[in-house]
Design a protein around this ligand. Structure first.
Ligand code: SF4
Length: 266
């Protein structure tokens, strides 16, 4: 098993991306009207940018890599199991909100068996500040039971096995595959969806189409970290309401027609 790691802070580049504000997530699938996504992930409904060429995408990701060579996720975790639980808890919640409760929770229970020993009521007490906490607690208990019973207490490393666990969808499975197993899986969230469509890096009318566009168009050398580079850029620079185009390192390559002059400075 890969040695445990702990994503404690956004790191210097993430901080320079604009501070600690996390936008609340909204949940897929997106409402789709006339083939274009509206509402849901806060995407404009005026249309998608055209798919950027190989050479432009190569330039964009070369800049992302130069700015942040080893991007990291922001969810606190200590092993594969705590990562899985943290990602499952983060649906429709912010990473910051999840991190607030998981530090104490994972001290009390950082394995499926310890979670079962802790019990559902105690788990609820830990996570009651997070949206949908009762449902999430039920799923965490069920998946912990399955991990103990069917996987020897280990987190499986295939998408199918991960998705067979209660409360684990494709996005959660992809995050675990990418962050723990270092598989180039692309978990498309609100930030990636917005950035992919605005810029032309990975346009698509729904999450599946954006995931495919990332896999098809981003050069192999960038695939492993594409997920985090795009999330961080979408979360801190290409923000939903007023993107900070003035300070954006890919401004000259992005196709968004309504670029702002905002550079994110207060
Ligand atoms: S130029 Fe603006 S719209 Fe384009 S990626 Fe940068 S912040 Fe987003």
């Amino acid at each position: 098993m890969r040695p445990g790691s702990c994503a404690k802070s956004p790191g210097p580049i993430a901080r320079s991306y604009g501070g600690s504000g996390h936008r609340p997530r909204t949940s897929p699938p997106f409402p789709v009207s006339s083939g274009l996504p509206v509402g849901g992930f806060g995407l404009y409904a005026r249309g998608m940018a055209k798919q950027l060429s190989y050479h432009v995408i190569h330039k964009i990701f070369s800049r992302f890599r130069a700015a942040r060579p080893e991007p990291k996720g922001e969810l606190h975790h200590t092993n594969a199991y705590t990562l899985l639980v943290a990602v499952a808890l983060s649906a429709q919640a912010t990473d910051a909100g999840v991190n607030k409760v998981t530090r104490a929770l994972f001290k009390a229970a950082d394995t499926p068996q310890k979670m079962l020993d802790l019990g559902e009521e105690a788990l609820i007490e830990h996570i009651k500040t997070i949206g949908l906490f009762r449902n999430k607690a039920r799923n965490v208990m069920k998946l912990s039971r399955l991990l103990v019973g069917d996987y020897g207490g280990e987190v499986p490393s295939s998408r199918a096995a991960l998705q067979s666990l209660p409360g684990v969808g494709r996005k959660t499975a992809n995050v675990v595959l990418n962050m723990w197993w270092r598989h180039p899986a692309q978990a498309v969230d609100t930030h990636i969806f917005r950035l992919g469509n605005r810029s032309g890096i990975a346009p698509g009318k729904d999450v599946d189409a954006v995931e495919r566009a990332i896999e098809d168009h981003i050069p192999a050398e960038f695939q492993l970290h594409a997920h985090h580079w795009m999330i961080l850029h979408g979360r801190y620079v290409c923000v939903a309401r007023k993107p900070k185009c003035g300070g954006c390192i890919i401004r000259d390559l992005c196709q968004f027609e309504e670029k702002t002059k905002d550079d994110g400075q207060l």
